[in-house]
Design a protein around this ligand. Sequence first.
Ligand SMILES: *[C@@H]1O[C@H](CO)[C@@H](O)[C@H](O)[C@H]1NC(C)=O
Ligand SMILES: *[C@@H]1O[C@H](CO)[C@@H](O)[C@H](O)[C@H]1NC(C)=O
Length: 337
Amino acid sequence: MMKSASFKLVFALFLFAHIVRSNGDSTFENYNQINLTQGTGPESIAFDCKGEGPYVGISDGRVLKWTGPKLGWKEFAITSPFRRRNLCDGSTNSDLEPLCGRPLGLKFNTRTCHLYIADSYFGLHVVGPYGGVAKRLATSAQGTPFGFTNGIDIDTKTGIVYFTDSSIVFQRRDVDSLLRSSDRTGRFLKYDPYTREVTVLYDGLVFPNGVALSANNSFVLVAESTRFRILKFNLETQAKREDNAPQVFAELPRVPDNVKRNENGEFWVALNPGRSGTAPNDVPDPVAIKFDEEGKVLKRLDGNGGITLNAISEVKEFNGKLYIGSVTKPYVGILNA
Ligand SMILES: *[C@@H]1O[C@H](CO)[C@@H](O)[C@H](O)[C@H]1NC(C)=O
Ligand SMILES: *[C@@H]1O[C@H](CO)[C@@H](O)[C@H](O)[C@H]1NC(C)=O
């Protein structure tokens, strides 16, 4: 009798623990998530100068701001001035993206508190601290329109924005075709806010994607997705060298997406599913890898073979937590860093 009663108690406690953690995935310790209430695919994640957020860009073309559990998500910005709310709001239909917009890379310039947005259809944008319709800054480089604006980072000292155009041929909604193709029309670009000019820093790239500057802005990393690798462009020597060819910073077991630097100057590279487990010393299901400035692996995030973290686009480390974005999931995942 006694035995059975205590078993029941233990079982009840076990159930209770799971109910309390019902917002989580029991295969991860301390996992939490913020669900979207409309749309899907929070591809990139940003926090503003006050540390508020996260801000995310979603499938229906809006940039949303998380304002806490009480008030939830609030619309912050849009990139398409002709966006039709009745058609676009809440949309998960990728064929509407060319009308509604599809914001990917997000980055606040911490000096000005302006949010820079790489919209995959409408190009590079900026919006002030109060949000609204973002201002379009650039849609082409050297006479060639952007086809698929994607990753972004900012040198806050100079205001220069580094970003990628993944392809001039394939649009974002055809991303699977781009991955299967051998398209090498991707470009790595910079935008100078004073001259308002866009410069092609490097072209002929095979699906360039995420972008992250080093802590002192001496180099910049660019993910080359189809080639499973991260390139390193040295910005200090670039001005002096004829050929500013990049070095290979890291080779990866899966398709890399966004790259984000943390406060210690380390880089989180998010990995999409695909080829798997080929690297030595790898975890069984690598979904993100943290590197130091030299390209040494510091940590691997294991997706535990589940569906919760099987389509990661970004890992943004902020205040001791990892905020995890995805181009397909309707939530932002959160783990302890
Ligand atoms: C978020 O969504 C998941 C999956 O649909 C659900 O289990 C969880 O309870 C939701 N969390 C909140 C806070 O609504
Ligand atoms: C910036 O950081 C790199 C790598 O940590 C270092 O080699 C370089 O000397 C630094 N540059 C400046 C100007 O401090």
